[in-house]
Ligand binder design. Structure first.
Ligand code: ADP
Length: 403
């Protein structure tokens, strides 16, 4: 048993060494992340890779979106086949400077949903880094699945200490709140953030060039400013992106000067200018000026001291910078069991819990879930507690865990 374990350990070590050797031939390794699907992350990954290649950089594009590899379709490479060589897996070459590997090249059809569990996904991603013959590259652009699940985590760990991240969002408030989770993910894994891209940001008329803001634009820029992350630029909605993808041609390869092309070029310039490690990764989301969610266990409009057994939670969205309450809602928690409340409050996007008393074990479960806990608050009117908290005048006594 122990012998098997140590063999597995040796293999892992050998894999890591091979990956380090391979990756030492690659300049910058940039993961393209998004908090949720459908924001155009793969479109941005493909077009940024191609725009860099058009500037004569040697670029690799790695698509590790196990559940929906869309890079082959976006790039018009659906018919491409992977070839092996004695040195490893050969990527698909497109144009002079761009090499592409996608999980989609290995599945029967790129529409196949591949259902793999965490360890298998890790192995596949590890093999892509270890076995693909990239050669010397200036940039490796990695299209990860949305969210902060197994794949982004695996690739971030395998690239450590070298990966960087570009975060893609859309202008709507909801998408912007997903960005915060991505930033938190990068912060926890100490991944420098190159910047935030706001996609589908306004519509530029191809005839007169006038921009119409279909959704409120600028949420991505605002968020980037608040969190001290570089804003790389906006990409307008461009119907030609959808048309090109449907036709199996690649948007950026078409000779016309479509509106989003200029935007991709400008963003690439900013990426080229950005120096690795320039971003501080330790961004304190809860203490920035952006929206924060505070939860208070409550009964009859007041703080309830019986934390685990309260009837409901009042959840306040607040702007800590402006010291303002934005909105309030009341939610009924699921039945009390250890670990349930931290999970449930995390699902409600709560950042901070204000409680009267709480056991140490619960405090540590909240902290693992990334939720800050303030204990020792008095049983006052809820709004008064929040206002006092925002103004830094909340009286907190001893953490009396009465349950
Ligand atoms: P994600 O990888 O985030 O799930 P995709 O890159 O697959 O998103 O894009 C989702 C859809 O939005 C696709 O149909 C794509 O063609 C379209 N799309 C992405 N960006 C734009 C844009 N700037 N203008 C118009 N359509 C876009």
């Amino acid at each position: 048993m122990n012998g098997n374990k140590s063999m597995a350990g040796n293999n892992q070590m050998a894999d890591k060494m091979k990956i380090s050797e391979k990756m030492s031939h690659v300049g910058r390794k940039i993961m393209i992340l998004s908090g949720k699907g459908g924001v155009g992350k793969s479109t941005v990954a493909a077009n940024l890779a191609a725009a860099l290649a058009a500037k004569n950089f040697r670029v690799g594009l790695l698509d590790i979106d196990v559940h929906g590899p869309s890079i082959p379709k976006i790039m018009g490479l659906e018919q491409s086949k992977i070839q092996g060589s004695s040195e490893g897996i050969l990527p698909v070459q497109t144009g002079d400077n761009l090499k592409v590997i996608s999980i989609g090249f290995f599945t029967a059809s790129s529409d196949d949903a591949v259902i793999w569990r965490g360890p298998l996904k890790y192995n596949v991603i590890m093999q892509f880094l270890r076995d693909v013959v990239w050669g010397d590259l200036d940039y490796l652009i990695i299209d990860s699945p949305p969210g902060t699940g197994d794949e982004p985590l695996s690739i971030a760990q395998l690239l450590k200490p070298d990966g960087e991240a570009v975060i893609v969002t859309t202008p709507q408030q909801l998408a912007v709140s997903d960005v915060r989770r991505c930033i938190q993910f990068c912060s926890k894994l100490e991944i420098p953030i190159v910047g935030v891209v706001e996609n589908m940001s306004g519509y530029v008329c191809p005839h007169c060039g006038k921009q119409t803001d279909i959704f409120k634009i600028g949420g991505g820029r605002e968020m980037a400013e608040q969190l001290n992350v570089t804003f790389l630029g906006n990409i307008p909605i461009d119907p030609q992106i959808v048309i090109s993808t449907d036709e199996g041609t690649f948007y950026l390869n078409s000779p016309e000067k479509f509106p989003a092309k200029k935007a991709f070029d400008a963003i690439v310039e900013k990426i080229m200018e950005s120096k690795k490690n320039q971003q501080p990764a330790d961004i304190d989301i809860a203490h920035s000026g952006s929206e924060t969610r505070l939860a208070i266990p409550s009964a009859n409009g007041k703080l309830c001291l019986h934390f685990g057994h309260c009837q409901e939670f009042a959840i306040f969205s607040v702007n800590r910078g402006a010291k303002e309450i934005i909105s309030t809602e009341t939610k009924t928690p699921p039945q009390h069991e250890p670990g349930v409340l931290p999970r449930w409050l995390k699902e409600q996007n709560v950042d901070i819990v204000i409680a009267g008393g709480m056991g140490q074990r619960a405090v540590s479960l909240f902290s693992q879930a990334g939720i800050e806990v303030v204990t020792g608050a008095e049983s006052l009117e809820l709004r008064d507690i929040v206002t006092a908290y925002l103004n830094g005048t909340l009286n907190t006594g001893t953490n009396i865990c009465d349950h």
